[in-house]
Design a protein around this ligand. Structure first.
Ligand code: F0G
Length: 466
């Protein structure tokens, strides 16, 4: 007998609570765009049909996490939930000092306020926007040292999150230890397409850091997704549990910042972890000043319980296979319609390759923003520009190496039919791409411009009078 076809795959969860999806009309979407100054951060969620703005804090918690909330011990100091939170993170990472924060950027604030100084340099494979902003706010210079393949959207390199180890070595040699307070590795590399870092690369980076006696910190937001991709792609890793691969990374680092809104599977929460007892003491003082007492760090204690549960759920291979499988499914649908996106598909979203999508629009006409606007206009899909506006000036001089629009998939929220809808919306915009016009920025804030800038569509060139 011929072997039976495998049974079809399905979401590894069933639905217990539902939330209605808004379906504004085309006219309503047009009015919303105008009111929002063509910045999709200014939309009301009731105006958005499928929200792919971010995978951060937008996931669905499990029944166990919701049950965990009911175990909240809201003591100001010494809460049971903190004990579980601290224990779980210590077990997972091996870092002894755990400081809870309300989200990732609060951990970044603590770390960079303590370590970054004017005149210093902070290397990272690729900085995320808030990370970069915290480095510069403290007067230091952020440097991105990802391997050259990371900047080629068509390269199929399996580890485009990797750091260029030689470039790191050269930087440390020329700047000296005193000028580089820490090295950071972002797993996965969000800005570069949710691309993983390999164990081999992390080991090599850690060796260089040790040689120059510079601490290595991980930005571990998407560490479980990184571990899953390592398991699939790196020789010798196939049979290892996700937690063991994660531990390979943590064992070689001096600490980490975490936004639990990603691979902590919660709607709010984060932490800073370190091996350095003196730094931990200093940071605790700041934590009390800015976040809260070190056993809650700006969170309700019940939230700490949900993080402790979520961090473990995120290591479930069935969950990860479906999660990353969903992103790939969207990729396959777009590929079938010839839509250009950054290769290979990473951990948490599809990143449209704006330069190939809208080749007729120069950087100065903000093609990424034009595409974001069109995806919303076409089908109420909310996405985000990751390019010249997020990181540069939106001018030819400020040209970013990558010009992307990210479709971030929230965890455990949307189903296959939602993704089929998204693919159709993107494909329709792609079919009429030649008619898409550029945008101008009408309000330019100083820091993190993408959140609060306002835009206007470029007018059509006037037709010559008959
Ligand atoms: N580091 C990385 C790599 C991130 O992706 C984020 C957030 C942060 C740090 C900051 O964490 O939001 O909890 O303060 N990324 C979200 C995103 C916002 O849409 O990619 P946070």
């Amino acid at each position: 007998m011929a072997p039976a076809e495998p049974l079809p795959e399905f979401e590894p969860y069933k639905v217990k609570v539902v939330e209605a999806i808004p379906t504004p009309t085309r006219a309503e979407r047009e009015a919303a765009l105008e009111r929002a100054g063509y910045n999709l951060f200014n939309l009301r969620s009731s105006e958005v049909t499928i929200d792919l703005l971010t995978d951060s804090g937008t996931g669905a918690m499990s029944d166990r996490q919701w049950a965990g909330l009911m175990l909240g011990d809201e003591s100001y100091a010494g809460s049971r939930n903190f004990e579980r939170f601290e224990h779980t993170i210590r077990e997972l990472t091996g870092f002894p000092h755990i400081l809870p924060t309300h989200q990732g950027r609060a951990a970044e604030n603590l770390l960079f306020s303590a370590l970054a100084r004017p005149g210093t340099v902070v290397p990272n494979n690729m900085h995320f926007d808030t990370t970069q902003a915290h480095v510069t706010r403290n007067g230091a210079r952020p440097v991105n040292l990802a391997i050259p393949e990371a900047y080629d959207p068509e390269s199929e390199h399996p580890f485009k999150g990797n750091m260029d180890v030689r470039a790191l070595d050269a930087l440390l040699r020329s700047e000296g230890r005193a000028k580089v307070p820490l090295v950071m590795m972002t797993i996965t590399n969000n800005t570069g397409g949710g691309q993983p870092v390999s164990v081999a690369n992390l080991r090599a980076v850690a060796r260089v850091c040790r040689r120059y006696r510079v601490p290595l910190y991980l930005d571990m937001c998407r560490w479980a997704e990184n571990a899953y991709l390592v398991r699939e792609r790196e020789p010798g890793q196939r049979h290892r549990p996700i937690a063991a691969i994660g531990r390979e990374f943590f064992d070689r680092a001096d600490g980490a910042t975490m936004s639990a809104k990603k691979d902590g599977l919660v709607n709010i929460g984060g932490f800073l972890a370190t091996r350095d007892p003196r730094l931990a003491e200093r940071l605790k003082e700041m934590l009390i000043l800015y976040e809260g007492f070190p056993t809650y760090g700006g969170l309700a204690r019940r939230d700490l319980e949900a993080v402790a549960i979520g961090l473990i759920e995120a290591t479930d291979p069935a969950y990860l296979a479906h999660r990353i499988g969903q992103v790939r499914e969207l990729g396959r649908r777009l590929e079938a319609r010839k839509v250009p996106f950054l290769r290979p598909v990473g951990g948490h979203g599809i990143y449209l390759d704006v330069r190939r999508f809208l080749p007729h629009l120069p950087t100065s006409e903000l093609p990424g923003q034009a595409l974001v606007v069109e995806l919303y206009r076409e089908g109420g899909v909310r996405t985000v520009e990751v390019g010249s506006i997020m990181f540069g000036e939106g001018t030819p001089e400020g040209r970013e190496p990558l010009e992307l629009v990210r479709l971030a998939i929230p965890r455990r929220v949307y189903t296959s039919s939602h993704l089929a809808y998204v693919a159709e919306v993107v494909a329709r915009v792609y079919e009429r791409r030649a008619s898409i016009r550029g945008m101008t920025m009408t309000h330019r804030p100083e820091r993190l411009p993408h959140f609060t800038a306002r835009f206007a569509p470029k007018r059509a060139p006037r037709r010559a009078r008959q």
